[in-house]
Design a protein around this ligand. Structure first.
Ligand code: GLP
Length: 249
């Protein structure tokens, strides 16, 4: 497995940006899968910077977000759609028709999930999936459960995930209970996967993902089977990975 340990969040973001920019040079119409959250913020800033400096062109890039809360609309600052527009799309020359995100306000959410899956397939699948990891090793909003769910689906969020995401809400009770998430097939069929993890809150999750059994109880563990997955982590997040434990001295 390709595990890259960095000293700082900035170094994680620099390394990730280099990888994504190389991907765009090789395939200017790449399809990117985008996570929300704190982990990719530095990467997204660097991609916007690269665009402003003329080092990257996003005019043919297509993007799909990994997940969305059910019940928050696109203008709600707490929605992943709002997050992605603000922190990624707005600073780039993406074409509007190349931006796809699940609609958490759809009347018929099952049809929305089906449409989303079809759109990913019509785009030829994801070239590069950018992932964070939840404290319980969820990816996207694929929560721990009895089985891996292959397609875009509705998820009931675990209390651990709601608690971890409560920081974006004034009242923790406002964190939605339900979300839409891309499924494991879209993640596993992505040609490249980049997972970013930093800080003590990710130590346990990363150990479960990389050193534990491959099990839907730790969804990120399935990435052990992905041939193009790159994990970029800081020392604190990686300190329980075998071979990367803290030097006790
Ligand atoms: C959310 C998202 C995930 C994200 C995770 C970690 O639950 N659905 O896609 O990876 O949080 O977020 P952060 O990077 O903010 O720790």
């Amino acid at each position: 497995m390709d595990v890259r340990i960095k000293e700082t969040y900035d170094e994680i973001s620099d390394e990730a940006a280099q990888i994504v920019l190389r991907q765009l040079q090789e395939k200017p119409d790449s399809v990117l899968g985008l996570t929300a959250g704190s982990s990719p913020m530095g990467l997204y800033e660097r991609l916007q910077e690269a665009y402003r400096d003329g080092r990257a062109d996003f005019s043919r890039v297509r993007v799909f977000t990994l997940s969305e809360y059910i019940g928050l609309d696109a203008n709600d600052e707490r929605s992943f759609t709002y997050y992605t527009r603000k922190n990624f799309c707005d600073g780039l020359n993406l074409s509007e028709e190349n931006i796809r995100m699940p609609d958490g306000m759809a009347d018929d959410i099952a049809s929305e999930c089906a449409r989303y899956g079809e759109a990913i397939e019509a785009a030829g699948g994801i070239d590069m999936m950018i992932l964070g990891i939840g404290p319980n090793a969820h990816i996207g909003f694929n929560e721990p459960g009895p089985c891996f769910v292959p397609e875009t689906h509705v998820v009931e969020l675990s209390e651990a995930t709601r608690a971890a995401n409560a920081r974006f809400f004034d009242d923790p009770a406002d964190v939605p209970h339900w979300a839409v998430s891309m499924g494991m097939r879209d993640i596993m069929f992505a040609r490249h996967v980049l997972l970013l993890a930093s800080g003590a809150g990710k130590t346990e999750a990363l150990a479960l993902a990389l050193n534990g059994d491959i099990t839907p109880k730790a969804p990120a563990s399935v990435l052990q089977l992905h041939r193009g997955a790159i994990f970029i982590a800081d020392r604190i997040a990686a300190r329980r990975l075998s071979g990367y434990e803290d030097d006790p001295s």
